[in-house]
Structures are given as structure tokens and as C-alpha cells.
Design a protein around this ligand. Sequence first.
Ligand code: DGT
Ligand code: MG
Length: 441
Amino acid sequence: GNENSGRNPLILPEYACQRATCLKHFNHKFTKALEILQKHAELRDNERDSSRALAFRRASCVLKSLPFPLTSMSQLKNLTNIGDHCKRVIQEILEDGECREVNELQDDWFQKMVVFTNIFGIGSATAKKWIEKGWSTIKEAQEGYISSDWRVRWGLAFHTDLNTPVNLQEAQYIQQIVRKEAETILPGIILQITGGFRRGKEEGHDVDILMTHPEEGKEVGLLARLLQRLQNKGIILCGNLEKSTYSDEMLTLDSKLSAKGQLDHFEKWLGIIKIPHSCSENPAMDYSGSLSIISSCVHKGTGCSVDNSTCCTASEQPLNYQPLNLDESLDLESKAKKQKLGTENEISPMELAKLDRNWIARRVDLIVSPYDQYFYALVGWTGNKQFNRDIRTYAQRELGMKLSSHGLYDLNKNCALPARSEKEVFQNMKLQYIEPWERNC
Ligand code: DGT
Ligand code: MG
């Protein structure tokens, strides 16, 4: 073949959305180090650090795409996105097998920050305050911190559960429960696991499920009804239903949807559910019986619950999901009565976590998209985050288009570009199709 391509396989396209980046690659030694630098910069959390964090991530992403293990600095010559700082780190690892700066970064402060920011609902600002107070363990935070945020109350209480990675079988089990209930409410529904599992990861920190229906408008009201059913089954521990805030002008205007932002305006539920311990042994089995047994106690949040509007454990906000039809309203009424009777049994998340139990708490995100936005939503919710950043930047800089999870807008021609498949999303941006498992930047 072409002499140049044989000898010089080192020219990679600039954007990650133009090349494959897989979970398995040849340069973990280097990418792990660069990602520690990235993480450290993220945790310090100021403006200068966040652009440094991105630079480390971009360099790491390039090395993940290399089709061979890096053995000499000269191999980096034609590669973009690898700055001087990254080069120094790579060189040191090539020479000494490790990098002193990276080793020294992983100090006490870093370790504590990682532990604390891994708690659901805790960001680097709170984590820093805890460290300033002299806290270094989850236990200290559990005993000393009173939060008005339901995520933090449950995140602290169920820290052990939520920090045990979700495996593929658990993800499939959760998908199966959600699918069964969703199909009962809305036959013909399309439902897809997205996030890391769709990219081929075997473990994750949560399960992301995206839903739509091919008939426009049918998806409206689905999520509230679905949550009501899941709640009646006793599966839901807590969560927050966000209404859709989308309107068409957001395709062009909204900075929340920019290359930097990962946010969107879909109706979604972020929460915690419980699944049987045993489900990863046999995900095909129907555990609905055992789940209703598990669900027989009612839970109550701890701390000052000033954010009732966003909290929805069975006892904190029994009427959160506003069912649409009469049947379910009746159902709700009897449920509310039952809950009144059961108030003596209410226990806090912390007490609930300490019970001898046959279930484990899992983080779940449920997202509903209208069908005409679905394939853009699918790309956005498959990620990963760095892939999203890159493909959005590419669209903006190279095409003058605005990409988000809601669609693609051509800023020159002033029109939206619809897509009826994920492949069309890529075609619309003049990109070769990149498979989900090649989006692990
Ligand atoms: P994991 O769960 O640790 O295995 O990692 P991922 O890659 O599944 O990350 P996750 O669960 O935080 O989010 C799934 C993907 O969805 C992620 O690649 C970026 C995207 N994403 C996360 N949150 C939002 C959001 O609020 N809006 C949009 N459009 N995308 C989001
Ligand atoms: Mg995920």
C-alpha cells in the first residue's frame, strides 16, 4: 500500500469524534497518569485548572487512540493535543516507569477529595469544606453532616452500596424491570441502556436508560406513570423527577447545551432504587415477589428536609408522580392511607441502610426524549463526556453547527438537521460512523 501510511501511522485526526477510542488500548501506563493529573485539576476546581484538566484529558484521549504502545518521544512528533506538560510526564514514564509529579499529587488531600466527591450529591466545594474541618472518612461525614439535599442524605447513608460498581447483569436486570412496566403503560415504547454500559463497559456507577415512542407525543406523561408503578412495587428509594424544559429556540441559543455543557432539557428522573442481591446471579429471573417483600417498610429522610419539592421517598413525598388516569389515582389514595397508618414504621435512610437486608441500592437515571430528538439524545447519553465535548466542539468550529442532545442546528443555513438513526447523526456532521464502544475517550 501507500508507503507513507505504513511508515507513518502516527497522524491521527484532531478530534476524538473522527477516530476510534476503545476501552482496551496500548497505553494505559500513560493515560492513567494523565488522568490523575486531570482529576487533580478538576478537584482543585477553579477556572484555570478546569482548562488544564481538559488539556490532560485530550492528551490522554490521543494516546488511547494510538494503535501501538508508545516507546519513544519521537512517536509523538506529529500528534496534536499533547502539550509540553504532558510530554514531560510521558517522557518521565518512558525513562523511569513512573512520574514523580503524578505520585506526589496523590497525597492525603487528593485521596480524601476522591472519596468525598464520590458521594452522590457532593461536589468539590463541599468536599473541600469537610477536609478543612479535619474530616477524612465517610463515617465522619455521616455523623457530622446534616444536609437539606436528598441526594446527600441518601448518598451518605448508602455510600457503601453506591460505591460498589453496578455490573452488567444488574444493569440488565434493572432494564428488564423498567421495560416491563414501561411497556405495560405504553406499548411500542423504545427503551435503551445508554452511558458506559452501551460503550461496552462491564461496570458503572449508575444505569442510564433512555426512552421514547415512535409516535410523536405518546411519550408525554410516561415517566410519572412509570415511576408510580415502580414506587408501588416498592423499588424506589428516592429520586427527583425533572420536568422537560425544552423549547425549540434552545437548539440555537442555550449555553447549557454548548460544547462544555453536558446538560439537557429532557424530562428525567435521577434516583436510587433497590434490587435483590441475588439478581446478578440470574438476571433473567423475576424477582418482583421478593421486591415487594423488601419494600414493606417505609423510609424517611434525615436532616432538615427543606427541599421537599425535589425529594420523593415514599413517605417524604407520596404524591410526587401525579398519575394521569383514574385507576392510578385510586391506587394512590389507598397508598397514601397505607402510608399514614405506617408512620410509626418510618425510618431514616441511615437506619434503613443498616438493616439486615437482601437488596442493594443502585443509582438509576431515566430519561425521556421525543422521537424527533431521540437519536441526538442517544449520542449525548451514550457519551462519554469527553466524546460529547469533542463532537460538539467539532460541530461548532468545523461546521458552524450547534450539536446538543436535542438536535443539530446549522447556524449558516438557519435550519435544524433531523436524524432517523444514530448513523444519520454522524452523516449530518460529515463524520464516519463511530461505534458506541469506540467512544471511550
Ligand atoms: P459510568 O456510569 O460511571 O459508567 O459512566 P457513564 O459514562 O455512564 O457516565 P454517566 O452515567 O455520568 O452519564 C452517561 C452519559 O450521559 C455521559 O457520557 C454523559 C451523558 N450525560 C450525563 N449527564 C447528562 C446530562 O445531564 N445531560 C446530557 N445530555 N448528557 C448527560
Ligand atoms: Mg452511567
